[in-house]
Design a binder for this molecule. Structure first.
Ligand SMILES: [Zn+2]
Length: 87
């Protein structure tokens, strides 16, 4: 009899955790593998030399200079970089 109560409690706890997780969008290890396929490209980080910070490659702006590629977080950083390069 105790085991049945235990399983009910576990099930209820699981439901509470599951619902709270979906609200807070915290990853639930058992479900993330099914729902979210690993997206490698979006996790790739590139370095912005102008503001000295790492930004996701997907949202970055890239400028090719010779055989080097420079990445920037936005148009402003790109502009600053190009201005300092030409001076
Ligand atoms: Zn920047």
């Amino acid at each position: 009899m105790k085991t049945i109560i235990f399983f009910i409690l576990v099930y209820l706890a699981y439901r509470v955790i599951k619902s709270s997780i979906t609200v807070k969008t915290i990853r639930w290890p058992q479900e993330t593998s099914k729902e979210e396929p690993p997206v490698k490209a979006s996790e790739e980080m590139v370095f912005d030399e102008v503001c000295n910070s790492y930004i996701p490659a997907v949202t970055s702006i890239s400028v090719k200079n010779g055989d080097r590629i420079f990445y920037f977080c936005g148009e402003e950083c790109k502009k600053k970089f190009l201005e300092t390069r030409h001076v």
